[in-house]
Design a protein around this ligand. Sequence first.
Ligand SMILES: [Zn+2]
Length: 388
Amino acid sequence: MVIGDSAYIKKINRSLILQKIIEHEYISRADLSKITGLNKATISVQVADLLDEGLIVETQQEHNNVGRRPIMLSINEQAGFVLGVDFNYQQLMYTVSNLKGISVQQQTVVLESEAYETVIEQLIEDIHRYQANYADSRYGLVSVTIGVHGTVNKETESIRFFPAYNWHQKNIKTDLEKALDIPIAIENNANLSAYAEKVYHYHESTNLLSVILTSGIGSGIIIDGNVHKGYHGYAGEMGHMIISPDGELCRCGNHGCWELYASEPKFLEKLAIALNLPSITIAEVETLRDENNPVVCEHFERLLHYLSIGLNNVINLYNPETIVLNSRLLHVFPNSIDRITEHLPSSVSQYREITLSQLGNNACGMGACALGIQHFLDVSEMRVKAAG
Ligand SMILES: [Zn+2]
């Protein structure tokens, strides 16, 4: 018989208890015992420790029923904060979240320079400022997680390639940690977005694909509950799947890549040319759609056609339960999802649902925050009720 190390078992139990408190938002000791299967004495000791550490708080909920009001436990949202950064081309989108996973502050910093060193300096300055702003809480700012719109080496958390900047092999984690006294994590933006969809909305989906159409086409893949990164960490570059042999030339060197035909930037670029305009925004597309502009309708039909070709391919590859499309454009056109499913008639392609992301532009930042909380509290899974 193998006897488990008691400290290890205590750590596992603590993790499970914290996980359930996050998931239920407010929960009594008795219900914690029921849900976790841990006896009341274990719950009582662990809860006392967590109260001492200031990670949870007790509240007595009001209700109209006669009888004793149970004491409820919840995460102490003021105990500490995490910073998530969505690092896109020429902009840093900061999200600060409390330990409940609720966003408390957002700020976007526009980057003037394309020089890596200047961007690092900006990040260091901003992170220092956030650390100072949240220093009064018990644990202060506990971590920074940066979602990069490029490929990230799984082992070193360095940037392998940031296409929009044409940066190769940048040791961003090391460079930041040299100047900062806070844990830094680097992830791919699409992976964080897929993770956020699961944490905030699709708790039960163990096989989820998040396809982001807003800058090129990126995708995050969750297989059996975990983000699938691939051998080096570069899985999910679906935008460069070839869907039109001998098609348009892509910046990657191939012809006919999916993102040239189905991403929002390319849609807007081609539509502007067709309408003889220097550029066009999503809001302007919406106005033209209201007027039933034939050029806009025709371009949207073409987008649906090519979007569905790519989706058909990835559905066959992954057999996903949930496909979340992160797009501003699809929100503008009515019945977009129904139209896409009409374009997927194959009896072989199997999935449970296709939906539009409710997190939208905040997905990467919220995912970054949730991952920071997961690491800080050392829990194996995050399930947060409502997106902040
Ligand atoms: Zn390509």
